[in-house]
Design a protein. Structure first.
Length: 358
């Protein structure tokens, strides 16, 4: 067992099988003291294997676990494998013990993508592998065959909070922190930073009624090699971990899972920022990845009309771009700050990105 993973709440293991199970493996996937998450892979004397989860946070509730169970069933029904949730002997999907919410899922039938050696060796981006392409196709399949909407949201959400203790959505949070960081640390650029956040706030308010009218669906919400299941020969099979699942705008979730952002810490990367072609490779990669989702889902005319404004509002403040800029500002001071601000302003006014959507 992971030394940082405490014992499961007393009596939790007995909810799902007879006898004392063998703990095959245990994980601590917590995110601080207010978001505790423990996973126990168990094998019972009769041979049955399950993944038991013990959580203590604001977003894991009995209602959500019921919804995750239904969504996992929906994924299976449309041909995307997902470990099914297991009810206790009392016919419930969750039980509270010692302040932890306990639930369980089937043992994963397959190989996790991040552990598989069949990933495309020519790219470090799993989404560009054959299995990654099939994963994105499945995303389009979910969009084209939506499950009943639920009253909570994915972590990608706009105009909504994912967690009750959050003040706003992640994109708005990044925009405020980015401009606030500049104003606090580089006062001579404070006026320009204020103009950026003022424009963001105005555009956000104007776009809200358009955004809220766009098609929605319920998604697993956290695609990546760490949550993707492959067959033994490396083909895409399905997904696991529905903790971040919820209702989302289809345009937002498909773009967010396919978009390419700035990354890396080498000075030459930040030095290229002013070049006219900077960003084209990111646009082109995003467009290639989105084509996979188009095998099953076709963007509506309303989504295509909304996309340029959606891009202007969100792209510059995706958390990866925010992290990229903050790293270089902390390392080089304001050496590249004029270029960073110019790039940001350019993304907020671009009208040449319609070709990104398939």
């Amino acid at each position: 067992m992971d030394k940082k993973t405490p014992p499961a709440p007393f009596g939790a293991f007995e909810l799902y099988g007879q006898g004392e199970p063998e703990i095959i493996k245990a994980y601590n996937t917590s995110h601080g003291e207010t978001d505790l998450r423990y996973v126990y892979l168990l094998r019972y004397p009769g041979g049955a294997k399950i993944a038991l989860k013990a959580t203590r946070n604001l977003f894991t509730t009995p209602e959500r676990i019921e919804g995750w169970a239904a969504l996992a069933g929906h994924y299976n029904n449309i041909g995307i494998y997902a470990p099914r949730f297991i009810k206790t002997a009392k016919n419930r999907y969750s039980t509270e013990i010692d302040g932890f919410l306990i639930y369980a899922e089937e043992f994963i039938d397959g190989v996790m993508a991040e552990d598989h050696d069949a990933e495309d060796e020519e790219t470090s981006d799993f989404r560009e592998s054959d299995a990654g392409a099939a994963m994105l196709e499945s995303l389009g399949l979910v969009a084209a065959n939506p499950a009943p909407l639920v009253p909570w949201h994915t972590a990608w959400c706009l105009y909504e909070r994912f967690d009750e203790d959050e003040e706003t959505d992640e994109n708005f949070d990044c925009a405020k922190k980015f401009t606030g960081y500049i104003s606090s640390n580089f006062p001579k650029y404070a006026t320009r930073a204020k103009a950026v956040i003022d424009k963001y706030t105005k555009l956000r308010a104007e776009f809200e009624p358009i955004y809220r009218s766009l098609p929605k669906a319920v998604f697993q919400g956290d695609l990546g090699a760490y949550n993707v299941i492959l067959t033994e020969d490396g083909k895409f099979k399905g997904v696991c971990d529905f903790n971040l699942s919820g209702t989302d705008t289809i345009l937002n979730i498909l773009y967010s899972e396919c978009r390419s952002c700035l990354h890396g810490d080498a000075e030459e990367k930040i030095a290229l920022l002013p070049a006219p072609g900077t960003g084209w490779e990111h646009d082109n990669l995003t467009a290639r990845l989105l084509k996979h989702t188009a095998k099953h889902y076709t963007f509506t005319d309303a989504e295509k009309r909304a996309f340029p404004i959606y891009y202007n509002l969100t792209y510059a403040f995706k958390w990866q771009n925010f992290g990229f800029f903050k790293h270089h500002l902390s390392k080089y001071g304001d050496r590249y700050l004029p270029d960073i601000l110019e790039w940001t302003e350019r993304q907020m006014s671009r009208n040449d990105i319609g070709q990104i959507l398939p």
